[in-house]
Write a protein that binds this ligand. Structure first.
Ligand code: MD3
Ligand code: FE
Length: 203
């Protein structure tokens, strides 16, 4: 089941379902090397979403700004290697969506507890914005907000569920987007949380 979300953006419902157990066991391993943490925005607020990364480049924020860094500031070591099951899924989903040859060097892992949210923003810290972004949703469902090229443009709400994969490229790459406050609930595998894997070419 393949849904067009906008020019260049494709939603693959349930695409990651069969791989989810492998993704989650690789995630457990990875989180033991680079734990989830609440990063601080340049404005000085701790994010409600907890984050970690794997791959050659990790997305970080602190008082000095947003950037990609090869070193995890929390551990002082490189981010964990991107598991083969992560990279394989991202490359296959991108190809299915019409972007062959996607080879991400960054995977940002976001963990939402009930009440956590991600306010409307653009992803523009990557060097080459011609590459698409692949995102994988796991655990509790969320309402994704898909806006336009201006912050004030109207927002479309899209429900994202366990196993859904979205690919955002072309003209949609710079659209404003966010995640509404996560509603409480219980997921049979992940309990009271949502995990999102976001694959990017950063460097
Ligand atoms: C649409 N994460 O980490 S991923 C982020 O569910 C982020 O955790 C969200 O936005 C999450 O930056 C959504 C989906 C996504 C990512 C990038 C996009 C959608 C996008 C870039 C352009 C348009
Ligand atoms: Fe984003």
């Amino acid at each position: 089941p393949r849904e067009a979300l906008g020019e260049g953006a494709v939603l693959l419902r349930g695409y990651a379902l069969s791989e989810a157990p492998a993704l989650l066991s690789a995630l457990d391993q990875l989180v033991s090397q680079a734990p989830f943490r609440h990063m601080v925005t340049p404005g000085g607020y701790a994010m409600s979403v907890a984050m970690t990364n794997c791959g050659a480049a990790g997305w970080v924020t602190d008082r000095s700004g947003y950037r990609y860094d090869a070193i995890d500031p929390h551990t002082g070591r490189p981010w964990p290697v991107m598991p083969a099951c992560f990279a394989g899924l991202a490359t296959a989903a991108a190809e299915t969506a019409g972007y062959p040859g996607f080879d991400p060097d960054a995977c940002l892992i976001n963990r939402y507890a009930p009440g956590a949210r991600l306010s409307l923003h653009q992803d523009r810290n990557e060097l080459d914005l011609a590459h698409p972004i692949v995102s994988v949703s796991l655990g509790l469902p969320a309402t994704f907000q898909f806006g336009g090229m201006k912050r004030s443009d109207p927002v479309r709400r899209i429900g994202l569920r366990h196993g859904d994969v979205a690919v955002w490229g072309g003209p949609s790459r710079l659209r404003f987007h966010g995640v509404a406050e996560l509603k409480d609930g219980h997921h049979e595998v992940l309990g009271r949380q949502r995990i999102n894997l976001t694959f990017r070419v950063a460097f």
